[in-house]
Design a protein around this ligand. Structure first.
Ligand code: FMN
Length: 495
């Protein structure tokens, strides 16, 4: 074992010129659009509350959701495209700093036009003047971020947005901004240099870009390691890696603008329940290894289904990355970093990757977590220490097989503040129990059980503070291995 590897709660210094920004731990909240701002793009009370809630959890760094550097129409999205946005952003930065030592960086974004017909503007449509305007808009927005009192700024060069589309292997512009790697790197490099010049040497500038485009003929780490090298050479303070999220394979819904997370590349960007944990770690590890081999120490942020401390620590130990990004897990429970630090692992409300948050983003609705209580605009907060309890009759879990799935039900638990949800755990045969989902009501349908395996289930209730009840008794169920008739039912046993 590598005893020199950092631990999750070790600090990390982001450097810029001679200056250094110390992150108190290695957990990063990557940018996550909330759709809480109005179409005016101003910081409002809901945005303030959402980010103060994140700050109270004390991650090392919070990247505030993408905010536009230009004035194009976009539905509810924060803006930093004009000096009039600075007072609201400055107030947000101050309030977050007042409650937390987390460092705060806004993510700044330029995007091209899209319409409900499915049409979208492409990089090939942009004139040289448009390109100069994009570069200047980024520089001015980054300078505003510094003036607003943020600790750093992140340039959005990932997913389906303008700079990512310039970097893309699908950028076939015939001039010096397309086709070859060097040409495709040109505008992103110019933007980084212009931003660096605008904010000064001592203000950290990070970049988010794609380790893999996850589309046909798209870039993989074979190419993106060179992109990473370029940004390291130009003095990026961190490189935050994402995967996918492209327009090229997006599925167009009639009458709706294209949403870049609807195709396969969208699945890879926000991997759902059907993806393994740490789904994007191999690409992060490949890029980090390459950058280190070239003598650069710029920290790498890896993100994508990292939600246990064990996995997060292994990311650092295996040198896959230097910082661990957790978006949906911190939406589900903003207090996760503080709970992990205090050893309160059992009180974390765990993301189940249902991607309800993503669907809300897609339809421009306020982004909430499926696990939160109905109607809640933010994650609940409580300092209660009394766990939920089972009723006098006990949890009494029941399982039956109905049409090829295991249907589980149990008695509702009780709690003085209210039961928030139930973890459902499953073991296959004599294997270990794993948490497979969480539900708000005392029932769950397991559609991922295979015939010929005896599954054991147990549940436990949790309250708003994340306190857990004792486990229910275990209950087993096995799908008969012969083809099932429509009405096939089978009794289950309880220990
Ligand atoms: C609702 C939602 C909004 C997102 N908005 C952004 C964004 O503004 N900028 C960005 O770079 N990534 C955005 N992402 C991607 C996340 O930062 C992250 O990379 C992704 O969710 C995978 O990480 P996770 O498994 O920890 O959630 C968003 C993700 C979600 C679910």
């Amino acid at each position: 074992m590598d005893s020199s590897a950092p631990l999750l709660f070790d600090p990390l210094d982001l450097t810029a010129g001679g200056a250094c920004l110390r992150l108190r731990n290695r957990i990063v909240l990557p940018a996550m659009v909330t759709r809480l701002s109005g179409e005016d793009g101003l910081v409002n009370g809901a945005i303030r509350d959402r980010y103060i809630r994140f700050a109270q959890g004390e991650p090392g760094m919070i990247v505030i959701e993408a905010m536009a550097v230009h004035a194009s129409k976009s539905g509810p999205l924060l803006r930093i495209s004009d000096d009039s946005f600075v007072p609201g952003l400055a107030d947000l930065a101050k309030r977050m700093h007042d409650v937390s030592e987390s460092k705060v960086a806004p993510q700044i974004i330029h995007f091209l036009k899209i319409s409900r017909s499915g049409w979208r503007q492409k990089v090939a449509d942009l004139t040289k003047k448009d390109i100069v305007d994009i570069r200047e808009a980024y520089a001015r927005a980054a300078e505003r971020a510094r003036r607003a009192g943020f600790d750093a700024v992140e340039l959005h060069m990932a997913h389906a947005y303008t700079l990512s589309s310039f970097l893309s292997r699908r950028n076939l512009r015939p001039d010096e901004y397309g086709r070859t790697l060097e040409n495709r790197l040109r505008l992103p490099s110019e933007v980084l240099s212009a931003v660096r010049a605008a904010v000064g040497d001592d203000f950290p500038v990070g970049i988010r870009f794609l380790a893999e485009e996850c589309i046909k003929d798209g870039a993989t780490t074979e190419e993106t390691r060179w992109t990473a090298l370029r940004f390291a050479q130009l003095g990026a303070a961190w490189l935050s890696l994402s995967n996918g999220g492209k327009f090229e394979d997006a599925v167009h819904k009639p009458g709706e603008p294209l949403y870049p997370y609807t195709g396969y590349s969208g699945d890879r960007c926000m991997p759902g329940r059907n993806y393994p944990d740490g789904a994007n770690l191999p690409s992060a590890a490949a890029i980090r290894a390459f950058i280190r081999s070239q003598g650069f120490t710029v920290p790498i942020v890896a993100t994508g289904k990292i939600h246990t401390q064990e996995l997060a620590e292994s990311v650092l130990r295996d040198r896959s990355a230097d910082l661990v990004g957790m978006a949906r897990p911190l939406l589900a429970d903003p207090d996760l970093p503080r709970k992990w630090k205090n050893g309160d692992h059992d009180r974390v409300v765990g993301c189940v990757y249902s991607n309800v948050c993503k669907s809300l983003d897609e339809s421009f609705q306020e982004v909430r977590c499926y696990l939160w209580p109905k109607g809640a605009l933010h994650a609940p907060r409580s300092s209660d220490r009394t766990p939920p309890r089972w009723p006098a009759a006990g949890a009494a879990p029941r399982a039956e097989i109905v049409r090829g799935r295991v249907e589980l039900a149990w008695n509702a638990a009780e709690d003085s503040e209210g039961v928030y949800g139930y973890d459902v755990e499953r073991a296959a045969g004599a294997g270990a129990f794993e948490r497979i989902y969480a539900v708000k009501s005392p029932r769950f349908h397991d559609e991922s059980a295979a015939a010929g395996v005896c599954y054991w289930y147990r549940v436990r209730a949790y309250d708003f503070a994340g306190n857990r009840s004792p486990y229910s008794p275990e209950v087993s169920a096995e799908i008969p291995d012969l083809p099932l008739g429509g009405a096939a039912h089978r009794a289950a046993s309880t220990t």
